[in-house]
Write a protein that binds this ligand. Sequence first.
Ligand code: GLU
Length: 376
Amino acid sequence: MKKLKRIVVKVGTSTLTQGGSQLSRKFMLGLASQLSKLHENNFEVILVSSGAICAGKELLKNPSVDRTLPKKQMFASIGQVELMLVWKELFGLHEIHVAQILLTRDDISNRKRYLNARDTLNCLLQHRIIPVINENDTVATKEIRVGDNDNLAALVSNLVAADLLILLTDQEGLFTADPRLNSNAKLIPLVKHIDESIMALAKGTSTSLGTGGMLTKIEAAKRASQWGTPTIIASSKVPNILLELVEGKAHGTLFQTEITLQESRKRWLLSEKPQGVIELDEGASDKILHHGASLLPPGIAKVKGPFERGAIVHLIDSKSKLLAVGITNYGKDEIEKIIGVHSKKIEDILGYSYGGEIIHRTNMTRVKSKEEESLS
Ligand code: GLU
């Protein structure tokens, strides 16, 4: 596995309650201390935490109400406050700040909102704050919800280009059969490719409190691996599990990636139809082609649209040669107002700023010429 820096850790309700009906503060204390150690060792950690609905029920002393969506959303909205309070206190013991981020599928599939979420997460990580993410249950109706936090964690891994996704659960990993029903079931330590036979192994298993069973975990691992992030499904019961995993000790099931993060991003950007074109001057063409730089306002010669913030655009040189493809932080009308100006002036001119880059280098892929391809 490549050197780890950015890690997404997901814990579901059954894990947070350790099989009980209430959040286990004791378990959460241990997990927060492991995550804090990783943080102190310079890893960037993002926690995807379920448990809001469970915490809401706990606070209202488990009233017996029907299971309609508004009731669940009521529990989620009450419980999310409690959940974050517990995380805030536990990480506070290590003098680490946490930030709450609530997402729905829309926040990730809509490219403008994708950029907003990505920028915020990156900013939090840069400021050494641990983002704690959950689905925005109170507004997430069927049409816009991810539905389970395993898949949400995979989407988040893609959003932040994580080096590893760890799904903590109450099982040791993926087995050749359901270990609770079959004593001959064997743990599968490594999955190189998630095919139908792997999916079939996970079907039919679930936990009583959480939304996801093994199947949603494998789905999540599949998504993550297609986007370049490996996944480990491991038991939360192993002492210091997170610390052991990052040290490279084998626990649970590791799902390898099918592609690198860079390659997956590149394929995605190149497969999308561009909504606009930005022509660069000579200096910017050189910086982007040979130095992997971001695109700043002074490097732009012309812009063709219409397109909005979040659009995929082609970057060309003065001879119309395609140099790169990227996701733009600014729409065409905005770019026209700031062409040529210093990045610091963006806010004065527009009245707001999404940052000094028109396209950040992490949102851009270079298009190599045939000659370069043959050399690499
Ligand atoms: N968002 C839900 C909660 O916080 C949990 C969803 C899941 O566990 O997959 O209660």
